[in-house]
Design a protein around this ligand. Sequence first.
Ligand SMILES: [Mg+2]
Length: 375
Amino acid sequence: MVGLPSRREHTWASKMTTPIGHHAIVRVDTDEGISGWGEAPAIATWGGSSMRYYGETPETVRHIVCEYLIPRLTGADPMHIGPAHGLMDGVVKGHPYAKAAIDVALHDITGRALDVPVYVLLGGAQRDRVEVAHSLGIMEVDRCIAEAEQAVAEGATTIKCKTGLDAHRDLELVHRLRDTVGPEVAIRVDANEGYKTVDEAVSVGRAHEHDDIFVYEQPVAGARALAQVAARVTTPIMADESAWTAEDIVELAELGAAACFSCYVTKPGGLYHARRQAEIAATLGLYCDIGGSIEMGIGNAANLHLGAALCNAVLPSVCPVTKPLGEPGPEVAGIYYTDDIVCDSFVFTGGCVLVPQGPGLGVEVDQEKLEHYAL
Ligand SMILES: [Mg+2]
């Protein structure tokens, strides 16, 4: 378990006190001397509506990985990732963040063994970069505006506003932000299920339309409520808390609840399932961004490889700009931690973060940092 120092607190409507950056890091070793890395950014308060999905923590991930998943996978071929999921699902139900950490490590091993980047294992690269949406946590409006100005000055082309606790504050924030950054910078909002009623979500969404937001993310809890909002606003609705699995995507499409969704490596339980979820979404006409939980370099690399490979991952995404202490890169744009556990910065250029190249995830873990930040 690793705890990274954060640049500032990063909060959202359903997570106002838990810190970011306490993640489980997994290394899977093979008898051929190749090891792979995975990361589970597990958060106790992160789940779905109506108890559909539960929070995980670094501690539950360690327990599930050490006591259930690794014993079951010992002796299995790490390159047969689909069958490995079958073994994991057979020994414990759920726990997608724990399984995702293993899944990412297996992809890292397979990529290193075949000398190809992970995105090749996912069908190849549709793109070599992901446009960064710089995320403003829930903060005072003045502080949000100042941070957005600095992020834009450093090259950010999209700003994401965390909202959902106070409709008046949210409307003031987005309106002042649009005034500040002008028409060229894209703005998206994410209420994290914060609005209490469909009517409140509709009135906020309609008011935001005057400030030209391109996505209205999870304003209320549950797919049925989302569908009621979607029917009454013109901005595309994005599902996040309501989009964990491929089955959720089918439900969203059937209800007309969302035009797009936030695709993570972790929510569906790994790259293998995330690709399947996104392919089903594409078939049903939904597009996506690449979301996450402010991953460190390992998990961020996994998300970027997913973003490279998905045909419908077309939206600016909250992928951090991974930057170890003292390395080159922006100070604010896409920066959530003051250090990282990988050796090299990811490249931020033209408002985008480049997908790491090289075999596997394309990152090297800094062993000294890993020990320094171990919890
Ligand atoms: Mg979200």
